[in-house]
Write a protein that binds this ligand. Structure first.
Ligand SMILES: Nc1nc2c(c(=O)[nH]1)N[C@H]1C(S)=C(S)[C@@H](COP(=O)(O)O)O[C@H]1N2
Ligand SMILES: [Mo]
Length: 353
């Protein structure tokens, strides 16, 4: 007899454009299998043609160049395990609530990306001294609700981040060509930044001497701390220190006795140094066991904690991660109108019966 095939599915938030979460509570692999990688899109998927295999670099460079996919494959490459987290991950947990995709904890995935450092390409084109930002444009485009006309998905990086040796023009994920939905054939990979920076279906790179103000730079992916004004706005950049309790599930019923609580922790600043667990709603904290620092600062860290659960009752379990820079998850996330950067303690309620 064949055993039934029991597997998790993506969690659908929206179909057109496709926005689906990874089944994060049921992923224990360090490398998110391709079919479980979360999907976050602003527009319909672009059509792939021969043009998609060309990457042009222009603007304030000494020698504008067009690279073919094959040229990139021949350049020195780097391979890195990188966590990609949408800046809207956990938006559904903000109180007061905010508009936008109501992501829970699954707008996050991790893979092994291979590509050529952008820096090596820019060495070939050269840069003018007054260069300030670099703009990355994808092949996808469409309308917005707030502005007339059509827009491409385009984002910029400050020169410093663009020239970091780990900022890649990627062409492979997990040892194979990048899957279509993840940006085939070429994708920018920006470790440590929220994933809006990692432009999929990359078509062009333009060096500019000013600040780029496209809508995905200056309207979206901006923290607006005030409800009714733009006062205090700040661009969304690095990933906040964060963790999730993968198991047990929220509102689950457990037996008395030993339970392994487990999950992941990650950060865009340094690496995870500590994960603490509270069983009593944040009164007392104890240390979880964490995977030893893997020598890769861009990957998530697994943690686990054995809980004896000796007594019946209702419990509020929380996880709190700390990173090597000293950032600690706060009890409440910093509220902002568009709901980015949520990183409050991960909380689950359980009943021991
Ligand atoms: N070209 C393009 N790149 C993009 C996007 C997009 O809509 N178009 N979405 C961004 C956002 S907001 C996120 S969170 C990630 C999602 O990547 P994934 O779909 O591979 O999970 O891609 C980023 N790069
Ligand atoms: Mo995102």
């Amino acid at each position: 007899m064949r055993l039934p095939d029991i597997k998790p599915y993506l969690v659908t938030r929206r179909l057109i454009p496709e926005n689906q979460e990874a089944p994060i509570h049921f992923i224990s692999a360090a490398i998110t299998p391709e079919q479980y990688f979360y999907r976050r899109n602003h527009f319909p998927y672009p059509v792939i043609s021969e043009q998609s295999f060309l990457l042009s670099i222009g603007g304030e460079v000494k020698r504008p160049l067009t690279f073919h996919y094959q040229d990139l494959l021949r350049m020195p490459s780097k391979e890195m395990t990188v966590v990609l987290e949408c800046s809207g991950n956990n938006r559904g947990h903000f109180r007061p609530r905010v508009y936008g995709e109501q992501w829970e904890g699954g707008a996050i995935s991790q893979g092994v990306w291979r590509g050529a450092p952008l820096r090596d390409l820019l060495k070939l084109t050269g840069l003018h001294a007054a260069s300030k930002e670099i703009v990355f444009e994808g092949h996808d485009y469409g309308k917005r609700t707030d502005l007339e006309g059509e827009f491409m998905f385009a984002r910029s990086l400050p020169l410093e981040k663009a020239l970091h040796p780990d900022t890649l023009i990627a062409y492979a994920l997990n040892g194979k060509p990048i899957p279509y939905k993840q940006g085939y054939p070429l994708r920018l990979i920006v470790p440590q930044w929220y994933a809006m920076a990692s432009v999929k279906w990359l078509r062009s790179i333009t060096v500019i001497e000013t600040h780029f103000n496209g809508p995905y730079q200056d309207i979206d992916y901006v923290y607006y701390p005030a409800k009714d004004s733009d006062a205090g706005k700040m661009p969304v950049t690095t990933i906040h220190v964060n963790s999730i309790i993968q198991q047990p599930l929220n509102w689950s019923v457990l037996t008395t006795g030993m339970h392994q609580l487990y999950g992941i922790a990650w950060t865009g600043t340094g690496f995870i140094t500590n994960v603490e667990i509270s069983i009593d709603g944040g009164e007392r904290w104890e240390q979880a066991a964490i995977q030893k620092y893997p020598g890769n600062p861009y990957s998530w860290t697994f943690w686990s904690y054995i809980w004896a659960a000796p007594k019946k009752g209702e419990y509020t379990i929380m996880s709190r991660a700390t990173d090597s820079i000293g950032f600690v998850q706060p009890p409440e996330a910093r509220w902002n109108r568009k709901g980015y950067g949520y990183n409050a303690y991960s909380t689950v309620h359980v009943k021991v019966d």
